[in-house]
Design a protein around this ligand. Sequence first.
Ligand code: AMP
Length: 352
Amino acid sequence: MTAKPDSSNSSGGMADASGPAERVLSGIQPTGVLHIGNYFGAIKQHLEYQDRYAGEAFYFIADYHALTTVKDPEEMGRLVRGVALDYLALGLDPDKATFYRQSDLPEVCELTWILGCVTGVGLLDRAVAYKDKVRQGIAASVGLYIYPLLQAADILIVRSSLVPVGQDQAQHLEITRDIAGSFNAAYDCDLFPRPKTILNDAAVVPGMDGQKMSKSYDNTVPIFASEDEIAARVKRVKTSSTPLGEPIDPGTDIVYQLYRLFASQEDADAMSRAYRAGEMGYGASKGLLQAAMVSYFEPYRDRRHELEGDLDYVEDVLRQGAERAREEARLTLDLAREYVGLAARTTTGAAR
Ligand code: AMP
């Protein structure tokens, strides 16, 4: 997978993917069980970036954001824990990446307010994700409406310069750049960088029904599904009515689209050739897909089991991540307060 800098960013430049001064940040919403669309479309890239930007990669579990849709407190706890376990099992390394819960950084809420005071209503009115979510039936709350503002605060509070996201988040990054620019212009400063979007150009992962894999469509395969669950889900993958012995077009076949994510190039080519020659039917290809899915995540599954038995460790990672992120957040917030003319903080020991 490769990442391309978004040349449309308003600072005009291309993201410098090698500069040591860069800081990467991305949030993960705990709104469902993470699935293989999330893995190939986001998580894999986050893990690559923790190596490339070791020490300067910030990843957080966006529980404040999830409040817009998750209304059951127990479910919230379960989902946050699930994301933490998944990321740590898949290879998130707390020595390289700062990993924290968004709500452990209450400073983002204060910055959201300060930024909200330099943000025009029209900017948020143009956010298409809000309209899409309301169309999907999510309550049109103020929280959902100002979601991009909170997102801007998440990014700007650690003054992150690179934000790897999927295409669905590209507009929110434009909004963040606008907000950063508005603050800097209003207070004649350069406190906030204009963060660059790093678009993940991984293909959209199809779900079992061929639509984009998404929890909203109930067509996902969870990363840590059990073998039986994987078998049941693969069985449900939609296929054409091509009779056995007839050629199958791999270009339109969902089994093949999924298989090539997990298989080596050689194995994927072999399936493609056998399909075209009419030598492979769906029973055989689904068997290969199932085996490939199980073995791909096998090593991570063991690690996840271990972590499930050591939730104190998981909690420690998140707590230490929050401490590190809060140092940055307090520094930024103190500067922002000073620029806008709020009194120096008297209630916390903000280090400056
Ligand atoms: P979501 O929780 O659905 O907003 O997904 C979070 C991120 O995961 C997105 O911004 C994408 O980068 C990635 N993602 C989710 N579903 C898919 C998919 N079916 N194919 C590729 N990437 C996906």
